[in-house]
Design a binder for this molecule. Structure first.
Ligand SMILES: Nc1nc2c(ncn2[C@@H]2O[C@H](COP(=O)(O)OP(=O)(O)O)[C@@H](O)[C@H]2O)c(=O)[nH]1
Ligand SMILES: [Mg+2]
Length: 254
């Protein structure tokens, strides 16, 4: 039964002080024994301190503090490594902003009975988006279409950050070789999951655009996502070596 599984929920945060307390409250109220792992990048609005305060009264909450805004992908990886130490069975990832509503977690966990990865998906029957601008909708649809076409991905929602992975899936993927540090991490991960032959399922969710705080996705992130797709498709291009050398010289992890 899914309910008996130990499940971590990784919540990356950057300036989510208005959302985090109610999100944590709703996660714990599900009564599934969820273990939230907040990964905060020194949010100027004090989200990190607030997370520490929540952790004082709820021992199931962990907080990882990083020195500065280091990107969504690496935040997930920091959370994954912590979850491995907690020896969980399942690892859920979700935004802090309620676009990914905790009410979908039970159906996602049930779907894990016959899947290795479950995506909380906007683009399967029953799924939808609400309160999104048309540019945001086009961006998401466009990124998905390109990723699917170029990489042959079977999932309908390849850019969704609302996912549940079996721990073994994440341990099978060499996380230190993941190229993407930001949002394109999501595309790279689902590509790796498909390449390794894991069973990927999709559960419908209604994605509601955030009501509080602001989105952190930027034009640079969008460009990087496109580059990630090209790189995964035609890996080993000469500039990979150049980028690796550049990063080493700049002292960046990537
Ligand atoms: N720790 C960390 N969290 C981030 C970073 N960038 C975004 N986030 C968080 O990741 C989640 C997704 O970002 P969001 O702004 O909602 O992106 P959107 O849903 O694509 O508009 C939110 O919970 C953000 O607070 C980052 O660099 N570091
Ligand atoms: Mg969001």
């Amino acid at each position: 039964m899914s309910e008996e599984k130990r499940t971590a929920v990784i919540v990356p945060t950057y300036n989510e002080i208005e959302n985090l307390p109610s999100l944590i409250e709703q996660l714990l109220a599900l009564d599934l024994g969820l273990m939230p792992i907040v990964v905060d990048d020194n949010s100027p609005d004090g989200t990190g301190q607030l997370a520490d305060e929540l952790a004082l009264t709820h021992e199931e909450i962990s907080v990882i503090h990083r020195a500065s805004k280091l990107g969504l992908g690496t935040a997930y990886i920091a959370g994954f490594r912590h979850a491995f130490e907690q020896e969980v069975d399942y690892i859920v990832t979700m935004d802090a902003d309620f676009s990914h509503n905790p009410r979908y977690i039970p159906s996602m966990l049930r779907a894990m009975d016959h899947c290795d990865v479950v995506i909380g998906s906007r683009y399967v029957p029953g799924g939808d988006t609400r309160y999104c601008t048309w540019t945001r909708k086009m961006l998401s649809r466009g990124a998905n279409a390109i990723a699917k076409m170029m990489l042959g991905l079977h999932a309908h929602d390849c850019t969704a950050g609302f996912r549940c992975y079996r721990r073994e899936v994440l341990q099978a993927i060499p996380l230190d070789q993941i190229f993407s540090s930001g949002y394109s991490f999501l595309i790279e991960m689902i590509y790796k999951c498909q390449e390794l032959g894991f069973r990927i399922g999709e559960e419908p969710i209604i994605f509601e655009n955030r009501q509080r705080g602001s989105s952190k996705i930027s034009k640079v992130e969008i460009a990087k996502a496109m580059y990630t797709v090209f790189r995964l498709r035609w890996g080993g291009l000469p500039w990979d070596a150049w980028i690796a050398a550049y990063r080493k010289q700049a002292g960046r992890e990537g």
